[in-house]
Design a protein around this ligand. Structure first.
Ligand code: M6R
Length: 619
């Protein structure tokens, strides 16, 4: 979840590091730090490390900026932005960590599972550890290898062989002022170069402004990065060719471009994200085309069951996907919370298709669920926004959402792109299995193709949020209710309100209320009901009556012109009407905007909500 950046060969490496950290901050913002290899002075002083760290949460990078003037002349440095796992969010636990000599600096993303054992060994040998982190051991282990005569890259290789767990690590060393060593296992790490620079980063976005000549390190590969050159080897020291990274978006895509924050930019990019995600994949007659999907008709034709796994908003998209697969392709389909699925001893075989849905393609829970599914013999498919991400590489097949980089911690454009892509894939399965007639397939394809336009219309209705937002803020506790696909929308709406506005929001399948939660309803209760116009409409409206009878305030999300719902609800948020199963991409928009507006009113940081990180690489 942390962000890593490193550069060598730069005239002002601190500029590259701070610029990169700003772009990486969404990965974690509990603290940040940089270390530079200060060049020898004219006074005969030797090269040394200069380090600055700050733990004032979202202000940490700004504080580092203020130390610019004190920065020494250097060509090489590393930087880090942290989401705390081991050890509190303090300056002492902030990266880079150094060894006893103060000549080795290390930044790390991931978890070193055997750190206690390694720390005990280091302490017994006389090392002084200064933090509570799992990461610091790496600096001291490198120190020992250097003392035995290894060069920096060789030391990093030997140390990596001792580490258990997931890690992406970059190391700088005062006595090799123009070298960085980088090594990874599971956690991603990119290396790159220009004619004069070498770079390391956990994310493409951090270095895209510097170079597009980028390579993804593989598991247990070590890179020696020098100005203008890279050499990569495996843990045995054999040279390997790193895999070039293809980047389809430009550096501007990862910038705010005039919006006040990334979240509003990304909410407004949703029509574009959907258009791009569907581009070339859907034909008006219902035919589908997935160029990059390496799962052929023979494999997909043999599938007899689908399990869609994900976390958070990706789980909610998975629920929409599973409904479409079951309804259109007539395949038994379930949606699974990835962190639970892996430990449920799932019964799978080659006829089970497990679809891992993840914006980042890196989420540990989903990644391990995917690996478990493979281990159990299932056919696997990754639906992700990040090209060449861990899941994209692990799965038998991959489908990319084409939403562009999503920086705001709350998922918006990627969530809608995921669910629409899953719906298009459900049509694909339906076609293969001949479960829809031609008219129905064509009608659904036309409905999907219309979604970008409908989302754009939903975005234009921001004037209606004020009164609803005021009622929610007053209540500070909201039920989100819906049935069938409306329940998935309710869950996503509740998640957005919780994570952005810090308002307690509980999503329920509306029919479940009478089985217990209705005892919480009184005149102070507020329920936001997602009214989707399908077979369950009458039953849902009856559930609304039950709430009203007990004094609850009913806020409804309903189709434009839905008089029946308007008559029942205290306040209504209107959305352009769509076919029921296609409604989530449109209906979620007002709920995103509502959460955004309440969060802003409360002075919350919408891009970096408290305690969260964009990419959750721990279980
Ligand atoms: O990168 P992923 O899609 O795998 O991330 C999954 C969740 O962590 C993510 O959707 C999270 O719930 C967001 N903060 C929701 O807005």
């Amino acid at each position: 979840m942390c962000g890593i950046i490193g550069v060598t060969g730069a005239d002002v490496p601190l500029d590259v590091l701070l610029g990169g950290l700003r772009l990486l901050e969404y990965r974690g913002y509990d603290s940040a730090g940089v270390a530079l290899v200060a060049l020898p002075g004219d006074d005969g002083s030797t090269a040394s490390l200069w380090r600055r760290r700050s733990a004032v949460r979202a202000q940490s990078i700004a504080e580092l900026e203020s130390s610019r003037e004190a920065a020494p002349r250097a060509r090489t440095g590393i930087g880090h932005t942290r989401w705390a796992t081991h050890g509190a969010a303090t300056e002492a636990n902030a990266h880079p960590h150094t060894d006893c000599s103060g000549e080795v600096a290390v930044v790390h993303n991931g978890i070193i599972e055997n750190h206690r054992k390694l720390a005990a060994r280091l302490v017994a040998a006389g090392h002084l550890l200064a933090s509570e982190t799992d990461s610091e051991v790496v600096a001291h282990l490198v120190e020992d290898e250097l003392a035995l005569g290894a060069g920096l890259a060789e030391a990093a290789r030997r140390v990596a062989g001792e580490l258990q767990g997931d890690f992406a690590i970059a190391v700088a060393y005062a006595r090799e002022p123009e070298t960085l060593a980088a090594v990874r296992r599971t956690s991603p790490l990119i290396v790159g170069r220009t004619g004069t620079l070498g770079v390391v980063a956990s994310d493409i976005a951090a270095v895209l402004g510097t170079t597009r000549d980028l390579y993804a390190l593989g598991d247990d590969q070590v890179a020696e990065v020098r100005p203008g050159s890279l050499s990569v080897s495996d843990l045995a020291g054999n040279p390997v060719d790193p895999r070039p990274v293809r980047v389809s978006w430009g550096v501007r895509a990862a910038q705010r471009e005039g919006y006040e924050d990334f979240m509003s930019k990304e909410i407004h990019e949703q029509p574009r994200a959907l258009t791009d995600t569907l581009l070339g994949r859907l034909h008006p007659d219902g035919a589908t085309e997935f160029e990059e999907l390496s799962l052929g008709e023979e494999v997909l034709g043999a599938i007899d069951r689908v399990l869609v796994v994900g976390c958070g908003s990706s789980y909610h998209a998975s629920q929409v996907g599973r409904l479409a697969i079951e309804r259109w392709a007539k395949l038994p389909a379930t949606a699974e919370i990835a962190s639970e699925f892996r430990y449920e001893d799932p019964v799978l075989d080659g006829r089970s298709l497990v679809i891992a849905v993840s914006q980042s393609g890196e989420t540990a829970d989903t990644y391990h669920a995917l690996r478990e599914a493979r281990r159990r013999g299932a056919t696997t498919l990754a639906v992700t926004n990040v090209v060449d991400s861990l899941m994209a590489r692990e799965a038998d097949g991959v489908l990319y959402t084409r939403a562009g980089p999503e920086i705001g911690v709350a998922s918006t454009k990627c969530h809608v792109s995921q669910l629409v892509l899953l719906q298009a894939f459900a049509l694909h399965l339906a076609r293969l299995r001949s479960t829809l007639d031609a008219d129905e397939a064509s009608r659904l394809a036309t409905g999907l193709a219309a979604l970008p336009e409908l989302v754009a219309r939903a975005l234009g209705k921001s004037e209606q949020y004020g009164a609803v937002a005021a009622r929610i803020v007053e209540a500070n506790d909201v039920f989100f209710l819906g049935r069938n696909v409306g329940y998935t929308i309710a869950q996503e709406g509740a998640l957005k309100l919780k994570e952005l506005a810090y308002v307690r929001a509980e999503a329920y399948a509306a029919g479940e209320m009478k089985h217990g939660p209705i005892s919480l309803i009184d005149r102070n209760a507020v329920a936001l009901v997602v009214v989707t116009r399908g077979a369950l409409l009458e039953k849902l409206l009856a559930n609304v009556e039950e709430l009203r009878a007990r004094g609850a305030t009913v806020l409804a999300l309903a189709d434009e012109g839905d008089k029946e719902t308007s008559a029942l609800a205290d306040l209504v948020l209107e959305v352009p009407p769509t076919e029921e199963l296609l409604s989530p991409a449109v209906a979620v928009v007002p709920l995103q905007l509502l959460a955004y507006q309440i969060a802003r009113t409360r002075g919350n940081d919408v891009d970096r909500p408290r305690n969260l990180a964009k990419v959750v690489t721990v279980e």
